[in-house]
Design a protein around this ligand. Sequence first.
Ligand SMILES: [Fe+2]
Ligand SMILES: [Fe+2]
Length: 188
Amino acid sequence: MNAIELMIEEHKLIKRMLTVVRSFSIKVLNNENVDYSDFNKVLDFVRNYADKHHHSKEELILFKRMSEILGERIAKGPIMGMLTEHDLGRLFMGNLEAALKKYQAGDDDSRVDIIANAIGYTDLLNRHIDKEDTAIYTFAQRSLSKEQLAEIDTLCKDVDTEATKNNLQDKYVKILRELEVIYIDSNK
Ligand SMILES: [Fe+2]
Ligand SMILES: [Fe+2]
């Protein structure tokens, strides 16, 4: 599997977590008895797997090389758009964390901010991932040379090997599965 194919596989895991987040948010909306601390597991997954691991391969390797090689029109257009969406995702997660703290301190109204930021994030990321899968990544594969793509593969492989040493992928697949059992499987 090359670097881009692996990133598409990572998107599938991230999208599964987005489905969990939506289901979780609906339970919050219905005032069901949910364990709000599970949102901390979501935050951990989003920040350390989706953002630190996956987005940093995009920001520091793939998108960086695309910007350098394909020029300013690409760097300031579609790539800038993707980076802005990564930032917006971080804002949603920061707001979600703040709303969770307020709720846990006794402010019941904060549930609306939990839902708003959680759902805002899932909408943003679902669209973002679709754009990458269907436009940005395919454009990279079409526009970069074999050698340039091979260089990206090598750089990403280093990141993946290091992450594997730290059991990062296994850890976050496990968290995802745990949450799916609670928020998805139980609804079937
Ligand atoms: Fe991205
Ligand atoms: Fe991505």
